[in-house]
Ligand binder design. Sequence first.
Ligand SMILES: Nc1ncnc2c1ncn2[C@@H]1O[C@H](COP(=O)(O)OP(=O)(O)OP(=O)(O)O)[C@@H](O)[C@H]1O
Ligand SMILES: [Mg+2]
Length: 278
Amino acid sequence: MEEILRVENLKQHFVSGKGILKKGYVVKAVDGVSFSVARGETLGLVGESGCGKSTLGRTILKLYEPTEGKIFFEGNDITAISAKQMRPLRKEMQIVFQDPMESLNQRHTIGMILEEPYIIHNVGTTAERREWVKELLVKVGLPKSSAERYPHEFSGGQRQRIGIARAIALKPKLLICDESVSALDVSVQAQILNLLLKLQKEMNLAIIFISHDLSVVKHISDRVAVMYFGKLVELGSVQEIYDSPQAEYTRKLLSAIPITHPRDRIRKKSKQFTEHVA
Ligand SMILES: Nc1ncnc2c1ncn2[C@@H]1O[C@H](COP(=O)(O)OP(=O)(O)OP(=O)(O)O)[C@@H](O)[C@H]1O
Ligand SMILES: [Mg+2]
């Protein structure tokens, strides 16, 4: 399998609590992580809250400067390249967050939001961009007329489709999904996961799928990495991780199977109920 991404001994340490008189302390959010991702593959990344999953994702995208270690994208060392050199690579690697509402400009129409990546990277004419926006909407299962509407007019699942459309606009090779379905109802989660799987096939996308939900990760991943306090404790195929976990921590995580937070379960139930009634 052809490798698209490799990280070697990656570290991201933050200095926290530093003041004029206080020395502060170091948070080792990512602490010596190594793995690779193949073209078209989904690597699930699991672990408890605060273990460093999001920080790892952001460091790979160079939204943070790594403290130590190396990042290779398509065989090229991108660890120390400048922001300018990174610019064309931004097209190749994209991220989908948990709640696109936070990242979608409320005053812009969906058409404007989806046209933006093309404008930033200076591709296509206005007419071409408008056409691509329509194609994108169809690709993610939304009507073309959505282009004239505003983010608040859409449901959570539809907004996540818009977030995904924006992320795939420039045909990336690597997508990092950070808790991208965690805020959605179970039935909507399944639809979004299926959309991601469909797009992955069509575009031969590599996906790093970050989630605290082990059942979701099992559904979508080829391989799974288990993270604990900034380190990977285990990495293997879905079958290896779920059927015969080797690390003590993986076993603990699986036996707890916190499918969803109890609070979310209650919320989901009541929401489903209201949807039936409506
Ligand atoms: N910018 C930052 N500055 C200082 N500390 C940070 C920063 N970002 C994250 N941290 C700390 O790094 C650790 C890892 O955080 P991170 O958000 O990566 O965890 P996570 O696994 O994504 O958690 P969750 O499942 O809750 O999203 C935490 O202790 C967090 O407080
Ligand atoms: Mg996180």
